[in-house]
Design a protein around this ligand. Structure first.
Ligand SMILES: Nc1ncnc2c1ncn2[C@@H]1O[C@H](COP(=O)(O)OP(=O)(O)OP(=O)(O)O)[C@@H](O)[C@H]1O
Length: 213
């Protein structure tokens, strides 16, 4: 499903975060429209995850402003969550649900009817290389298979903006190729993507690279 491109899907002005007594980053200006991808790069501890937390309303900036999908980030606000999908460090699965049940749950949670998206779910599982694991409990999945399912879950939600923290983690070469395709599809559908990565080929998917640290 395509969504209308949103001008300035992400906009930050003078954003800064202090951790302890030091500025992790400061004076950060970002501007991203629908259909664009912004990649956050930088060494361990440079603040990439913290910046993503700011954009999802999980970490208040020390100074400056952030606007995401036209709102001040607040993950408790259902209107915000309807526009902003996320895969963060601590994103997790329901151990007792299968990949298919996870995606069905997401489909029905956001207004769809059970069964309506069965074909799309099959296609998504196939593309992610999870077709033969579609009906096993999530606790039987490998780390890379869990990561693939978490990514599928993030993009299965309605959203205009997608935030991804090191989405390549635990993925093999084939999985990283699938991830790059997924990010390309998101852009084609008019979504704005912000991702933090240590995987250089993902930098090629970027319209803008912001290096922290
Ligand atoms: N709430 C917090 N309280 C204390 N320190 C924090 C907090 N949030 C982040 N930090 C510190 O801020 C620094 C940046 O962490 P962050 O996870 O944002 O970096 P990163 O660039 O994502 O690193 P990595 O590449 O290792 O994932 C770290 O030193 C971390 O310990």
């Amino acid at each position: 499903m395509s969504v209308p491109a949103v001008d300035h899907a992400v906009a930050c002005r003078g954003l800064g975060v202090v951790v302890g007594e030091e500025w992790l980053f400061r004076g950060l200006d970002l501007s991203l429209s629908g259909g664009e991808c912004l990649v956050l790069a930088g060494p361990n501890g440079s603040g990439k995850s913290t910046l993503l937390h700011c954009l999802y309303g999980l970490h208040p900036p020390t100074e400056g402003t952030a606007t995401v999908a036209g709102r001040s980030p607040d993950e408790r606000d259902v209107r915000f969550r309807r526009d902003v999908a996320v895969l963060l460090d601590d994103s997790d699965l329901f151990a007792e649900l299968s990949p298919r049940q996870h995606l069905e749950l997401l489909a029905t949670s956001f207004g769809g009817r059970a069964g309506d998206q069965a074909g799309e779910i099959d296609d998504a599982l196939e593309a992610a290389g999870l077709a033969d694991r579609a009906d096993v409990h999530a606790y039987h999945l490998s780390a890379g298979q869990r990561r693939r399912l978490l990514l599928l879950g993030a993009v299965a939600r309605p959203h205009r903006v997608l935030l991804l923290d090191e989405p390549e983690r635990a993925l093999d070469d084939q999985g990283r190729g699938w991830l790059a395709t997924l990010v390309g599809l998101e852009r084609d559908r008019g979504r704005a993507v912000v991702l933090a990565t240590h995987h250089p080929p993902l930098l090629d998917t970027a319209d803008t690279v912001v290096r922290l640290g």
